[in-house]
Design a protein around this ligand. Sequence first.
Ligand SMILES: Cc1cc2nc3c(=O)[nH]c(=O)nc-3n(C[C@H](O)[C@H](O)[C@H](O)COP(=O)(O)O)c2cc1C
Length: 199
Amino acid sequence: MKAVLFNGSPRRNGNTAALLGCVARTLEARGWEVETVQLGKATIHGCRGCQACAKRQDGHCAFGDDDCNAMIDKIMASDAVVMGSPCYFTDVTAELKGLIDRAGYVAFVNKWMFSGKIGAAVIAAGRAGATHAYDTINHMYLMNNMLVPGSVYWNVGFGQKPGEAVENDAFTVQTMEQLGRAIAWLGACTVPQLDKYPR
Ligand SMILES: Cc1cc2nc3c(=O)[nH]c(=O)nc-3n(C[C@H](O)[C@H](O)[C@H](O)COP(=O)(O)O)c2cc1C
């Protein structure tokens, strides 16, 4: 089983990375292959709204001038995708929004090609607005016929300085680890069914 984790923070070793790290460790302990992709290093511009992906029906964005199609390929090669972002003005970062809009739209107009994949959102915030950013990610999954696992709380952690969101907060760590367990559990349930998942 494979999971791809996207870190939408420009801070490579910040709070989003710490939260995603808890999920990654939990999955790896259950035999999953985990790849973490640092957005920002992989650049993805916004959707041009040209609708060429709907016409071409080739499972890719018509613009091959950045890393978007490589990221779509990583999602297609994975059983689970976890999108993580710091909360910026109560929403995800521009780096992650480019991926959500383009990969999400390509999937939607290509017969819901992410159908049956597991999708989870993880947000690091300083103080407020985390659930709004969390919803932004989940909205993409939930209209693309994907499966969204829960945890013991919403998958959010709070802090400003790098690492603060998990340090001294055992419940946040528990939430992220339980998310990892839920992804692994759901993966084990869905794998035999994936070929037949309706779309
Ligand atoms: C441009 C910008 C906007 C931010 N907006 C918010 C916000 O709306 N709500 C909030 O709680 N924190 C906000 N923050 C704080 C970050 O979400 C917080 O520091 C987070 O832990 C950073 O995660 P990272 O270390 O993965 O980058 C903002 C930070 C920046 C740089």
